[in-house]
Design a binder for this molecule. Sequence first.
Ligand SMILES: Cc1ncc(COP(=O)(O)O)c(C=O)c1O
Length: 407
Amino acid sequence: MALDIDFVRKQFPAFAEPSLNGQAFFENAGGSYTCQPVIDRLTRFYLQRKVQPYAPYEASRLGGAEMDEARARMAAILGVETEELSFGPSTTQNTYVLAQAFRQWMQPGEAIIVTNQDHEANSGPWRRLAEAGIEVREWQIDPETGHLNPEDLEDLLDETVRLVCFPHCSNVVGEINPVTEITAIAHAAGAFVCVDGVSYAPHGFPNVGELGPDIYLFSAYKTYGPHQGLMVIRRPLGELLPNQGHYFNAGVLYKRFTPAGPDHAQVAACAGMADYVDQLAAHHGVAETDAAARGAAVHDLMRAHEVALLQPLLDAVSARNSVRLLGPDRAEGRAPTVALALNRPAEPVAADLAQYGIMAGGGDFYAVRPLGAMGVDPAQGVLRLSFTHYTSKDEIAQLIEALDRVL
Ligand SMILES: Cc1ncc(COP(=O)(O)O)c(C=O)c1O
């Protein structure tokens, strides 16, 4: 069964918004449109439940219950225990807190591995552990292709390595890394694994339990939700690392690595992402009673639609001599996040595209290290064209036509 794109687009008010009419959105890797159930829940929370949650009066009880519902339902889709999922202000802030926990837990002389394929959020906070005497080893991409080779990781691992950090998918290379394979390699060497899933999760929520990493992070404002960072920490690691929250909350796993008070309304509205998955599942006749199975079916519907739309775009851009496509030119192995290095600064080209109704961006996208490693001047940046399952065939055609005019 193919994704019903008309049904999908009806769930996003942005597509009916007059001020956005005629404009095709291609900066989804920066942040997605928000689905109706999330907007409804956020609105309801602010109108009816905007009181301190978990107190014994009705508005408060409902607010707290909705926050719990969001955690339980998203955890179920992700294939992990409810307590293993926590909400923080952003992925960058979540990795920052995690890095403080590792800094306290690790000993000088022990090592971590980071990549030069990651967005800075899953790189810089870990690299700063060098200040505490921790050895930081860099797993490097191929400078031509941007590919991260798991065999190179094996050469970096030894008994001193405690943690391996890498992206499920880079926000400029776009290639989907084999998380299960890499995790198995790291685990065999006795290291924990932290995966940045920010660039992957918008293309279908993964079953993190099956994938296997100890930590998996993504940002809800890119997965049709509110501005929150979702963080899975599997229980054995979460209980091992020192608590970063209030001392009296140390016994509650989901509070251990979110020291700030949560944004109640946005946490509650995250349940709208689960509503959306369920709406898509029901509409497409997915009969699974298990949330992770429904999530997997919806994931596959989204991916199939994206892959079909992506290949013509990849073909169109790779046919141009003046353009360097970063990452693979086959749609199957990559996310629809297409970064192009041009022979000039990218941002003015994005501005030119805007004249043809294309919303896209140019710059380094905080992927300064991968761009540098691939020989792209971060000051010139890349033109990034990123879409999701709600993008239509017509919008891809509009983009390719606009590229013909501006490139
Ligand atoms: C791959 C990747 N990781 C991490 C982040 C940071 O996420 P946040 O904005 O939630 O801190 C981004 C943001 O663009 C990203 O693209």
